[in-house]
Design a protein around this ligand. Structure first.
Ligand code: 6PG
Length: 223
């Protein structure tokens, strides 16, 4: 698996580079994209809308993880993408497949498993991932049993007692490529470990077939 690391200035350059990297791998057909939550992708989503070759009518959106909250909650990953990506680009609701964070997490994970079996049985075309300061990726936390759920595409987890739903590495790895976004000085220590392939970090278990592009902000790359 290859990894291309692009170190860029934090802010607009980071967001533009990431948006271009996402679009550059899209072919002419329909594209199934797995979105992560967190703050980092939001500016990238806004940049997508400015790229003339980005045809939003061809994308189908999925989530790599969701928090156990309803869509209107401030922590909802779907809710954040709704404002920054889905509404501005007028992506048709029939092409938006959210995880149902308002349901008990195990039920939501089972329902998402079934949805993925129907809508994306061969995997996503691209997954957008991040890395938390504590080392989590999607909602795969270091040591999580979901890391070893080969039979499931989505699993329920409860780090620190908070219910979440996450795609599993087995499913994420069906995607040919991943875009990994790591920005901010607070990520410097974790970025260093991730780039050194620390095996205790879930990102080390996520290895797409064709390879990944990592967009790393200058401050995150500074350690
Ligand atoms: C989540 C995310 C998570 C995220 C990282 C980075 O819902 O928690 O999907 O995996 O990508 O925590 O988040 P930031 O972009 O906010 O640093």
């Amino acid at each position: 698996m290859s990894r291309r690391v692009l170190v860029v200035e934090e802010g607009p350059e980071f967001e533009q580079t990431a948006a271009r990297a996402l679009v550059s791998g899209m072919d002419d057909g329909s594209v199934k994209i797995g979105l992560s939550g967190g703050r980092t992708p939001l500016g990238v989503f806004r940049e997508l809308a400015k790229i003339p070759s980005f045809d939003a009518s061809r994308v189908e959106l999925f989530w790599v993880d969701e928090r156990g909250v309803p869509p209107g909650h401030a922590d909802s990953n779907y809710g954040a993408a709704l404002k920054s990506l889905i509404e501005p680009l007028k992506i048709d609701k029939s092409r938006v497949h959210r995880m149902e964070g308002e349901l008990p997490a195990e039920e939501a994970a089972r329902r998402y498993d079934a949805l993925l079996a129907l809508r994306a049985p061969a995997g996503l075309d691209v997954a957008v991932l991040g890395i938390g300061e504590d080392g989590h990726t999607a909602s795969l936390f270091p040591g999580s049993p979901a890391l070893d759920s080969p039979a499931r595409a989505a699993a329920a987890v409860s780090p620190k007692g908070q219910p979440r739903i996450t795609m599993t590495p087995a499913y994420l790895n069906l995607a040919p490529r991943h875009l990994v976004l790591v920005g901010g000085a607070e990520k410097a220590a974790i970025a260093k470990r991730a780039l050194a392939d620390d095996p205790s970090l879930p990102i080390s278990r996520v290895r797409p077939r064709q390879g990944s592009v990592w967009v790393v902000g200058r401050a995150a790359a500074s350690s």
